[in-house]
Design a protein around this ligand. Structure first.
Ligand code: 13P
Length: 245
């Protein structure tokens, strides 16, 4: 299966630099043997989608509301993302879980809303530093998978250890191998054969220097990139590493 390299731009990029970055990604994406996705903030989705129209680079949101519409001041529905040009959405990112109190149950409802609106969800899971130090990492991730993914699940899972996000600390290849094998086992246990086909991304301080090694680990189906996705050169270097696999 082709790997997916997804850029999570988080709360960065006004529309002009977003358009420029999207254009640079588009120009460098030609002929790459991986799937490419950029996830701008809400306000730049339409701009990025316009810059990427007719290309193979997809656009996604970083969150959506669990309801289709209603009195939810400040929120954005999955259909609104789709209307703005998105075809994917990141859900349950640890920054949403930590800063907005999102629970597994809420994430599952959002996944259902996203699929209903025609978006492909990327559901994030991952343990905190304390949980890893306490030896609870697989237990925590197992619960997150059980609670956050509806049955059936037609999407992507991203393993993002919280302690590796934006810290420059990357999980070792051994950590990633162990966790991705565990996630695959859980997916198969919960979804049967369909669990074999779910892509499992790694995220957390992935950059050109470590991407090749991380993307070569068994059961790693791509990367969810934060900081390094804000720079086309680095993002495309990671995409080229994925294309070599
Ligand atoms: P960094 O690549 O900046 O560590 O962020 C990872 C991430 O949170 C992607 O969703």
């Amino acid at each position: 299966m082709r790997q997916l390299i997804a850029g999570n731009w988080k709360m960065h990029m006004l529309r002009a630099p977003a358009s420029e970055l999207a254009r640079e990604v588009r120009a460098g994406a030609q002929g790459l043997a991986c799937d490419l996705l950029v996830c701008p903030p809400f306000t730049a989705i339409e701009t990025a989608a316009a810059a990427l129209a007719g290309s193979d680079v997809a656009v996604g949101g970083q969150d959506c509301h669990a309801k289709g519409q209603g009195a939810h001041t400040g929120d954005v529905s999955a259909a609104m993302l789709r209307d703005a040009g998105a075809s994917w959405v990141i859900l349950g990112h640890s920054e949403r879980r930590q800063n907005h109190g999102e629970t597994d149950e809420l994430v599952r409802e959002k996944v259902l809303a996203a699929v209903e609106a025609g978006l492909t969800p990327i559901v994030c899971v991952g343990e905190t530093e304390d949980q890893r130090v306490g030896g609870q990492e697989t237990e925590v991730v197992g619960w997150q998978i059980a609670g956050s993914l509806p049955k059936p699940f037609a999407g992507v899972v991203a393993y993002e250890p919280v302690w590796a996000i934006g810290t420059g600390r990357t999980a070792t290849e051994q950590d990633v191998a162990t966790m991705h094998a565990f996630i695959r086992e859980e997916l198969v246990r919960q979804f049967g054969e369909a669990g074999q086909g779910v892509r499992i991304l790694y995220g957390g301080s992935m950059r050109p220097a470590n991407a090749g090694a991380l993307l070569a680990v068994p059961h790693v189906g791509g990367g969810l990139i934060g900081g390094a996705s804000l720079n086309a050169e680095d993002f495309l270097a990671i995409a080229r590493a994925a294309s070599r696999g």
